[in-house]
Design a protein around this ligand. Structure first.
Ligand code: NAP
Length: 548
């Protein structure tokens, strides 16, 4: 229900409470309705859209191709929506999600502007008690957390920020009205995917741009372009096959897997493959060239060198070019995708400031101070990222059986069975949670898979009159071990990335996503369901165990 409409009951008894109305929450609600369940979605934003509601910064667009970064559950929806570019902009994706909410009549069960503050499991009543910041106390037999992986914003805690006389914004809390950079001196803090998209756009307007870089990142050219209607029609004609290929791939995109090691081909052949990827562009431009990109240091080094060479060839200022060259294993921090990012540094009014060497010390009334001096600014843009993967879940005070807190259970890092359920927290499901491929994949493909799995599971329970499902501690231990083991065989955990929580002081350093790929993971989930929810306790009775 929108804030404009009549207010829903503050004390309803629901079958399912869903938290979040982004891609995951919208589809979850649609599936729950199809099962005839009474569901309500709680969304803290003032409209639907999740990530695409909040991240309105200049240049925001998806870096998965639009024809793959969309729902596939309705062929009518697929046929009636026209994507206009290879990579959709934030406004286009938000329009799409509004269309989905309206077309499937979802809004009447979505309570906007409502933050869920606590979820408490009442064991005797087999109910979750859902409390919101708006004063609702609702009970629900099941809860689904569709809160997003990159939705808990890392707050700019720079001393002196309150004294700043200019304007400042976090990219993930961007105002709905556009920010006017004309004639202004703008400081951008951060050089992750967000900043790499925003800087070229800000530079088009601003008088001076200062990019405060602590760690450089690899970025692939997007090669964005308009999507001609005939190309879109051709994609739609082969869509089931294309989507199936995405579902069974590693990263949720329909790209054929590589076949050879980077080290078994000649240097010329390697270069030819990397050049072809670079010309094609996109996030997988280099990573899909060879099998050992993520696992072998030497193989990875060949791709790093190629990417650094490209930066040096683009950026004319020698010292800026060197400062922009990353040193970490490529791909182990989320690879960025850009349109003209490195080229922007060739403009006289764009300046790179190394805050690794001279860290930001404070914000002053006039600008930003680093150990090397003060930079007078009119606008500061904080593109400093998120408390990723677990942040938005743990913002809610979640208490399971016996009053145990999820924050306590996860104090050493997240633990779950399949990234979907947590032992001790019955009837609670997480969409694309830690321990699932989520952030390493095309999110919409992973979201559809999780939502379908959860809906099928609820249908299984309802059909048999089973009121409770809970991950068994043994299955959870086995899954966590498996997730860690396969991550440990890659280069991923070596990087200080948000995948391991390194960007949040005090967060346990644990590699959180499942690296085994979407296809393998899907088969695991299907096998678990096919064996009567192996590794779960149903209605107080343990289903058969499963080994990974
Ligand atoms: P991010 O990757 O975490 O980058 C944050 C940046 O801020 C880093 O460069 C970080 O430097 C810097 N930073 C943080 N605190 C700082 C401080 N105190 N002083 C100086 N620098 C500081 O965040 P993001 O760019 O918002 O991207 C997060 C994720 O969102 C991406 O990895 C991607 O998965 C997703 N995303 C996707 C798209 C898309 O699909 N098109 C677009 C944007 C974002 P350090 O590296 O040194 O910590």
């Amino acid at each position: 229900m929108t804030p404009q409409g009549a207010r829903p009951s503050r004390t309803a008894d629901l079958d399912v409470a869903v938290v979040g109305a982004g891609f995951a929450g919208l589809y979850m609600l649609h599936r729950l309705r199809g099962l005839g369940l009474r569901a309500r979605v709680f969304e803290r934003g003032t409209d639907v859209g999740g990530t695409w509601f909040w991240n309105r910064y200049p240049g925001a667009r998806c870096d998965i191709e639009s024809v793959d970064y969309c729902y596939s559950f309705s062929s009518d929806l697929l046929a009636e929506w026209t994507w206009t570019e290879r990579y959709a902009t934030q406004p286009e994706i938000l329009r799409y999600l509004h269309h989905v909410a309206d077309r499937f009549g979802l809004r009447r069960d979505i309570q906007l502007g409502t933050r869920v503050t606590s979820l408490r499991y009442d064991e005797p009543g087999a109910r979750w008690l859902v409390e919101t910041g708006a004063g609702d106390v609702v009970t629900a037999r099941h809860c689904v957390l569709a809160v997003g992986n990159l939705s808990s914003v890392k707050r700019p805690d720079f001393p002196g920020l309150d004294s700043f006389l200019g304007e400042w914004h976090h990219t993930a809390r961007w105002p709905a009205s556009s920010v006017d950079f004309r004639g202004k001196r703008v400081g951008v803090i951060g050089t992750g995917s967000t900043a790499i998209q925003a800087v070229p756009q800000i530079a088009k307007q601003a008088d001076q741009v200062y990019v405060f870089q602590r760690t450089p990142n690899y970025s692939m050219p997007a090669r964005n372009r308009p999507l001609p209607p005939e190309e879109l029609r051709a994609v739609l004609r082969g869509y089931p096959g294309r989507r199936r290929a995405a579902q069974m791939s590693d990263a949720g995109v329909p790209v054929p897997p590589p076949e050879r090691s980077a080290l078994e081909v000649s240097a010329e052949e390697r270069r030819r493959m990397y050049e072809a990827g670079w010309r094609r562009g996109g996030i997988n431009a280099l990573s899909y060239a060879f099998t050992d990109f993520f696992t072998d240091e030497l193989a990875n080094f060949t791709a790093q060198e190629f990417a650094r060479e490209k930066i040096r060839a683009i950026v004319r200022d020698r010292s800026a070019a060197e400062a922009l060259c990353p040193a970490h294993h490529i791909g182990t921090k989320r690879t960025c995708v850009d349109t003209g990012y490195f080229e922007t540094y060739n403009a006289g009014h764009v300046h790179l400031v190394d805050v690794r060497r001279s860290p930001v010390t404070r914000v002053t009334p006039r600008g930003l101070e680093t150990a090397a001096g003060e930079y007078p600014l009119d606008v500061i843009v904080f593109a400093i990222g998120f408390d990723a993967i677990t942040g938005a879940i743990l913002e809610i005070d979640i208490r399971g059986r016996g009053g145990a807190t999820l924050a306590g259970k996860w104090s050493g890092g997240p633990r779950s069975h399949l990234g979907l359920c947590v032992a001790g927290f019955p009837n609670l499901f997480i969409v694309t949670g830690p321990g699932s491929p989520g952030v390493l994949s095309n999110m919409v493909v992973s979201i559809e898979q999780h939502v379908d799995w959860i809906a099928d599971c609820l249908s299984h329970l309802e059909g048999r009159g089973i009121d409770r499902i809970e991950a068994s501690a043994g299955a959870e231990d086995a899954w966590v071990r498996h997730v860690n083991e396969i991550a440990g065989a890659t280069l991923y955990p070596r990087a200080s990335s948000w995948y391991v929580g390194a960007n949040i002081p005090g967060k346990p350093r644990v590699f959180m996503p499942y690296v085994g790929g979407c296809g393998t993971y899907r088969r695991e989930c299907e096998e678990v369901a096919g064996r009567g929810y192996a590794g779960f306790i149903l209605g107080g009775t343990a289903a058969p165990p499963i080994a990974f």
